[in-house]
Design a protein around this ligand. Structure first.
Ligand SMILES: [Mn+2]
Length: 190
């Protein structure tokens, strides 16, 4: 699987931004988490969310978000985005709460919608969104430690095929110096 995750904590050793991925049954599940604030308690909340999600990752997305919201109520809470890629179907299904970001970059760039709220602190509405995912498309997910709008148009084709270098370059170019930062880049199989 072609995937790269790069993290830059604001203050070592704690990083409140965490990412995970799992592959099963022809699907790839991608998860980006930002524990509120940064430092030790942000990391604790993010680890609780990642652990919860890992145990329940094959359950329906909206149910996992709802149960995770309950399970994290005595933490600071997190922003969380989850994308499920189904290469055979040519689709990506996304759900997100809070200000983690996700986009599909192919012929066009499609930004996915996150809903308002905090996982662990409550939210009103959450829906999944399904968009096309073509062979070779990139899925890029990141936290708000990186500028919301990142422009990849200046990045050449070589960079786009070297996922770790691409992730490192984005984080160097678009990082905000006031927060933890993390990025996950996934290339859909060709
Ligand atoms: Mn953040």
């Amino acid at each position: 699987m072609k995937i790269a995750i790069v993290k830059r904590p604001l203050e070592e050793p704690h990083c409140g931004d965490l990412a995970g991925f799992w592959e099963h049954d022809g699907k790839v599940v991608l998860c980006m988490i930002d524990g509120l604030g940064h430092g030790k308690y942000a990391e604790q909340a993010a680890m609780a969310a990642l652990g919860f999600f890992e145990r329940h990752r094959y359950e329906p997305l909206l149910e996992v978000f709802a149960a995770c919201d309950q399970a994290l109520h005595n933490t600071r809470g997190v922003a969380m985005g989850v994308a499920v890629a189904e290469p055979a179907a040519g689709t990506l299904t996304y759900a997100g709460i809070g200000n983690t970001r996700a986009m599909v970059v192919g012929q066009e760039t499609t930004r996915l919608l996150s809903h308002y709220g905090i996982v662990g602190g409550g939210y009103r509405t959450l829906k999944t969104e399904t968009v096309p995912l073509a062979p070779g498309d990139l899925v890029i997910m990141y936290t708000d430690g990186i500028e919301e709008v990142i422009d990849l148009s200046g990045y050449g084709e070589t960079l786009r095929t070297e996922l770790r270098r691409l992730a490192e370059t984005i984080i160097e170019d678009w990082r905000r110096a006031t927060d933890d930062a993390a990025i996950l880049v996934f290339r859909n199989g060709e």
